[in-house]
Every structure is written in structure tokens, then in C-alpha cells.
Design a protein around this ligand. Structure first.
Ligand code: HEC
Ligand code: HEC
Ligand code: HEC
Length: 443
């Protein structure tokens, strides 16, 4: 045989092996990841620990339709593939998970498969839940089986268009996305390790606060990856970077960070978007010790060596660059954006843009105002916003909506002004962007 023919034969064999490997990845059934430690399914769980684990994982928020029975599913999740409906996870044997074993349940969290081995869409954040401890899994299982009432109804069926309805393709996605199951403590510090577990595992903060690849795989599941928590986009809202010198955890002190996580407001910001339900349904239920662990871990990671050098978001630092004086002077030849601010926003957020602590958020250095993706900021102006109601801060303070009063051109001029006033330094907003956000406002 000539060398050329030999070479071709080798290539041919490699191509065939590659194809076989690929088919293997796709069609060989998923091996269920075993328990990380042994805890019997009927082990006595500490009273309340199952409900607590459920709060940490925020299961109820996603598994309850608006106005629906808790855990009966049917909550719609918009994904790039189409709308995905969450499942009924009540203990009903026919419509829910009543016949599931602990092993079936663990496989849904660790391996993203149902009891028949069908792949679940990653709208269910199993890529993050792979870090759940066995103790939390058993508590969750017992909670859903023993303390939740069965509901005999099916949520709407998820009906994606081809090829996304081909669930076997998700095998490939998981092959790329999944990291080793289980959580490995790494800090030699119980508080930091607890914070890491809560953020990276049940809290699935990275699902929104990390960027995603072209395959929609979350970039990084722990801080060794510089992309992890470096900022993402969810439903048109910027989920700000939680790392790097300009990020909130690097700049706010621990008490302010804790206040924000527990109540959705502090002396700097107020949650207005996708984060509001995270606070209301999950974070407010964390014990003081746990929320402190989360804050300490975030502050540690925000300034570690792998943190990307995000530009100083909050560099506006009280420089004011004449904006306050210009607004106070209220001269008739102020530009349109400044005039609209004075007429519509000044009463609450003030000419300094500093608002009032815990009541009216700062617009200076505010992550939503300055985000590259201004969708959330424009949504707040057009549709208003309401803070979550929590045990520590029950009042649902509201920002009124201005969508009816202001045209697209006016909102663009106003938003551009706010993004560039007081030392803020973000790009301008055009009317076309406002039009798109207005057309897609949630009801
Ligand atoms: C961000 C939204 C979201 C969160 C949070 C979430 N889920 Fe899910 N879950 C889903 C969606 C969507 C599905 C359906 C996926 C599909 O149809 O492929 C699902 C499916 C499941 C299933 C499979 C049910 C079946 O019949 O196949 C189980 C079990 C489950 N989730 C349990 C949980 C538990 C326990 C938690 C909390 C630790 C949780 N989920 C948190 C969105 C979520
Ligand atoms: C469903 C998506 C989602 C999840 C999950 C999520 N966040 Fe957020 N988060 C957001 C968005 C969007 C914002 C922007 C502000 C808003 O919604 O009002 C935000 C804002 C924040 C802020 C304020 C940042 C700033 O610069 O002002 C902090 C801190 C934060 N989140 C921490 C967390 C932590 C910790 C977790 C996990 C326990 C988490 N988030 C989970 C979407 C999410
Ligand atoms: C009546 C008082 C009031 C007026 C007027 C008002 N706001 Fe607000 N604004 C609030 C409150 C209260 C919040 C907190 C709402 C929340 O966090 O859900 C808020 C939140 C915001 C946020 C989100 C801040 C964050 O941390 O994410 C932005 C941005 C904002 N306002 C901009 C504006 C602009 C621009 C105008 C003028 C068009 C304006 N506001 C007018 C009361 C007001």
C-alpha cells in the first residue's frame, strides 16, 4: 500500500471511530450519578429542613404557575428554543412524581433526566443542582413527598419546534455543560465554603449572572473560571457582574450586601427585575448565618485573582460633574433629556441622582442604569417597578410607570441623559431600542 492510501485508511478509521463516539454520547443511556454519601431515603430529616432546602433552591417559584397551586407546574419559561413549561412535582402518582424513588429524584437534579431517562430541558438548572448535597436532596425529597399535597392535573405540554423537540440532542449539551457532580469544599473556612455551596449549588446564581456560550451553556460553575458570575442577560435584563473591581460585592460593604439579598433594597439599589422574585421567593428565607455566608463568599470572589477587570461601574462617585447644579438651575435651554428628568424623576431620585437610602435607589453608578443591555432600565421607565415584600421590609415600594406619558423619542433622550449624568458613562439609547422594549413588555 502507498503511504497516501495508508494515510487515507487511518483517516477513514478515525472518522468512523469519531462518529461511533458521537452516537455513543447521544444514544447510550445516561448513567445515573450515584449519591455522594449514603443517606437512607427514609432517614429522619430535621423538621423544616426540607422546606428550607426548597427555599434555597427556589423550586416553588419555577414549579408554580401564576395564581396556580404550588408545585403543580405550568410556569412558562421563555428560552431561545421556545416556551418550556415546568412540571408537576407534587406527589400525585399519575401527574406528578408520586411514584418516584429517591434515586429517580436525585437523577432529575444531578443528571437532568426524568424517571424514564428522558432528558429534561436545561430550563431546569440541573447543571447547577449537580452540586447539591445528599442531605439536601433527601430533605427535599421527603418534603415534596410528605408535606406537599398531590395535584391531579397536567401542566401545558412543552411543544418546541424541530429540532429542539428532539430531547436526545440534550445529551450532547450535557456532555459539554456538566461538570463533576458534588460540591468540594475548598477554602479551609466553613463560612466561605457554605457561601460557595449556596451560590454555586442550590442558589444557581450563575444561571443568570454568568454569560452563556453559543450552545447556551453557562460559562463556568465555580470561580476558577473567570467568566463565572461575570454578568449575563435574562429576559432582556442585565444580570450584573458580581465580580471584578466595579461590581456590587466589591464595592458595597457586607451589611449593605446582606440587606440587598434579604430585602431587595439597600442604600444603593432596589431590585426591579428578574432578581425581585429571587429575593422574595428564596433569599429572604435564608438564615442570617447563610445570607452572611453568601455575602462573604461573593465579596471574596469579587476581588480574587481570576475576577475579570470589569470597568469600574460605580466610578461616578459623587463627582456630579455639574449635573446637579445644572438641574437645580433649571434653565430653559436645558437639553430634552435633562428637562424630562426634572419633570418626571427628580422628585424621588433628586438632582444628585442619589435618591434616598433604602427608598429611592441611586441612579449614579447603578448597574441597571449603566448596563450594556439597557432593556431592564427601559422597562423600569416604561412599566414602573415594585420592590419585593419581605419579612424584614414588607412595604412594596413602587416606582410609577411613564410608558403612557412619554414617547419613544422622549424615553430615549431621558435614558441617555441618566446614563451620562453625574459621571455615569454608558452608551446612548436610541428610540428604536425603546420601541422594541415597549413592544415586548410583560403584562
Ligand atoms: C428556573 C426554573 C426551575 C427551577 C428553579 C427548578 N425547576 Fe425543576 N423543572 C423546571 C422545568 C422547566 C422542568 C421541565 C423540563 C422539561 O420539560 O424538560 C423541570 C422539571 C423538574 C423535574 C422533572 C419532573 C418530571 O415529571 O419529569 C423535577 C423532579 C424537578 N424539576 C424538581 C425541581 C426541584 C426539586 C427544584 C428545586 C431544587 C427545581 N425543580 C427547581 C424548571 C425549574
Ligand atoms: C433569575 C435570574 C437571577 C438569579 C437566579 C439570580 N439573579 Fe441576581 N440579579 C438578576 C438581575 C436581572 C439583576 C438586576 C437587577 C434587578 O433585577 O433588579 C440582579 C441583581 C443582583 C445583585 C445587584 C447587583 C448590582 O450591581 O446592583 C446582586 C448582588 C445579586 N443579583 C446577587 C444574586 C445572588 C447572590 C444570586 C443567587 C443566590 C442571584 N443574584 C440569583 C438576576 C438573577
Ligand atoms: C414617585 C417616586 C419615583 C419617581 C417619580 C421615579 N422613581 Fe424611579 N424608583 C422609585 C422607587 C420606589 C424605585 C424602587 C423600585 C424597585 O426597586 O422595584 C425606583 C427604581 C428605579 C430604578 C431601578 C433602580 C435599581 O436599583 O435597579 C431606576 C433605573 C429608576 N427608578 C429610574 C427612574 C427614572 C428615570 C425616573 C423618571 C422617569 C424615575 N425613576 C421616577 C421611585 C420613583
Amino acid at each position: 500500500m502507498t503511504t497516501g492510501a495508508k494515510f487515507l485508511r487511518v483517516i477513514g478509521v478515525l472518522v468512523i471511530l469519531g462518529a461511533v463516539a458521537l452516537l455513543g454520547v447521544i444514544f447510550v443511556p445516561v448513567q445515573r450519578t450515584p449519591a455522594q454519601v449514603q443517606v437512607a431515603a427514609d432517614a429522619v430529616v430535621v423538621a423544616g429542613s426540607g422546606e428550607y432546602a426548597m427555599r434555597l433552591g427556589d423550586c416553588m417559584a419555577c414549579h408554580t404557575a401564576k395564581g396556580g397551586v404550588p408545585f403543580a407546574g405550568g410556569y412558562p419559561i421563555d428560552s431561545p428554543l421556545g416556551t418550556i413549561y415546568s412540571s408537576n412535582i407534587t406527589p400525585d402518582p399519575d401527574h406528578g412524581i408520586g411514584n418516584w424513588t429517591l434515586d429517580d429524584f436525585r437523577a432529575s437534579l444531578y443528571d437532568g433526566i426524568d424517571e424514564e431517562g428522558r432528558h429534561l430541558y436545561p430550563a431546569m438548572p440541573s447543571d447547577n443542582y449537580r452540586k447539591l448535597s445528599e442531605a439536601d436532596i433527601v430533605s427535599l425529597f421527603r418534603y415534596l413527598m410528605d408535606e406537599v399535597a398531590p395535584v391531579a392535573s397536567d401542566p401545558p405540554e412543552t411543544d418546541l419546534s424541530f429540532p429542539f423537540d428532539q430531547r436526545w440532542g440534550l445529551r450532547l449539551w450535557k456532555w459539554v455543560a456538566y461538570e463533576k457532580a458534588g460540591f468540594a469544599p475548598r477554602y479551609d473556612d466553613l463560612i466561605l465554603d457554605r457561601g460557595a455551596y449556596l451560590v454555586e449549588g442550590p442558589g444557581h446564581c450563575g444561571a443568570c449572572h454568568s454569560p452563556r456560550s453559543a450552545l447556551f451553556v453557562q460559562s463556568g460553575y465555580s470561580p476558577d473560571d473567570g467568566d463565572f458570575l461575570s454578568g449575563g442577560v435574562i429576559n432582556g435584563w442585565a444580570a450584573p457582574a458580581l465580580r471584578g473591581p466595579g461590581s456590587a460585592p466589591a464595592i458595597w460593604d457586607e451589611a449593605q450586601l446582606v440587606a440587598f439579598l434579604q430585602s431587595g433594597r439597600n442604600n444603593h439599589a432596589g431590585v426591579a427585575g428578574e432578581m425581585a422574585s429571587v429575593v422574595e421567593d428564596s433569599l429572604q428565607y435564608m438564615t442570617d448565618a447563610d445570607v452572611t455566608a453568601v455575602a462573604r463568599y461573593l465579596r471574596h470572589v469579587a476581588t480574587d485573582a481570576n475576577a475579570l477587570a470589569t470597568p469600574g461601574l460605580r466610578s461616578g462617585e459623587a463627582t456630579q460633574s455639574g449635573t446637579a447644579a445644572m438641574l437645580l438651575a433649571a434653565s430653559p435651554d436645558m437639553d430634552l433629556g435633562a428637562r424630562l428628568y426634572l419633570d418626571n424623576c427628580n422628585a424621588c431620585h433628586f438632582s444628585t441622582g442619589f435618591g434616598a437610602d433604602g427608598v429611592f435607589p441611586e441612579l449614579v453608578g447603578n448597574a441597571s442604569v449603566l448596563a450594556d443591555e439597557p432593556g431592564g432600565f427601559l422597562q423600569v421607565i416604561l412599566a414602573g417597578a415594585a420592590m419585593p415584600s419581605t419579612a424584614t421590609r414588607p412595604a412594596r415600594l413602587r416606582m410609577p410607570s411613564f410608558g403612557e406619558r412619554l414617547s419613544d423619542d422622549e424615553v430615549a433622550a431621558l435614558a441617555t441623559f441618566v446614563r451620562q449624568a453625574w459621571g455615569n458613562d454608558a452608551s446612548l439609547v436610541v428610540a428604536e431600542t425603546v420601541r422594541e422594549v415597549r413592544a415586548n413588555l410583560p403584562e
